[in-house]
Design a protein around this ligand. Structure first.
Ligand SMILES: Nc1ncnc2c1ncn2[C@@H]1O[C@H](COP(=O)(O)OP(=O)(O)O)[C@@H](O)[C@H]1O
Ligand SMILES: [Mg+2]
Length: 158
């Protein structure tokens, strides 16, 4: 099932979309942010972190592969992974022990599509971002497993 695409004209729109998604995330959730460089994956992660109420500033982790944002009031930490430099190296991904993290945290992975799905059985959400020729970003949700029902019931789906 693929959702309708939603336009995100400004970075604030990407943040707001992420914020709504962040509000429904719980421990064990895996979200894969897909799309080219500059599409808005890190910007949306900022919104997700804000919606979850976690601590720490979300950055584009050039030197860090994964950053743990401790839980705020919601009690769910966020693990933000940028798998860009892994270049598909599954051993390096395994070294991050994300399967253990998923027991207590929500995990958001930039550039994880094609690698990170194996961390969960069937339940994960792909958030596909694209940058149109007019520079407007568009987002499309590709829910898998239980995420189909969650997206259908959610207001963040646009
Ligand atoms: N509608 C938009 N949504 C998200 N980012 C946007 C948008 N318009 C412009 N931008 C800018 O594009 C850049 C996106 O960067 P980033 O979020 O780091 O992308 P990615 O992580 O996908 O490489 C930021 O500088 C952001 O301010
Ligand atoms: Mg990024």
């Amino acid at each position: 099932m693929t959702q309708e695409s939603v336009e995100l004209p400004t970075p604030d729109d990407a943040m707001a979309f992420g914020r709504a998604l962040g509000k429904v995330l719980r421990a064990g959730d895996l979200v894969l942010l897909a799309g080219p460089l500059g599409a808005g994956k890190t910007t949306m992660t900022r919104g997700i972190a804000d919606g979850m109420g976690v601590e720490g500033r979300v950055s584009s982790p050039t030197f860090v592969l994964a950053r743990v944002h401790p839980a705020g009031e919601s009690g769910v930490p966020l693990v933000h992974v940028d798998a860009y430099r892994l270049g598909g190296d599954l051993a390096q991904l395994d070294d991050l022990d994300l399967d253990t993290e998923l027991e207590r945290a929500a995990v958001v992975v930039e550039w994880g599509e094609g690698m990170a799905e194996r961390l969960v059985d069937d339940d994960y959400l792909v958030v596909r971002l694209d940058r149109r020729a007019d520079d407007v970003r568009v987002v499309r949700l590709e829910p898998h497993g239980e995420w189909r029902a969650r997206v259908a019931a959610a207001s963040f789906a646009g």
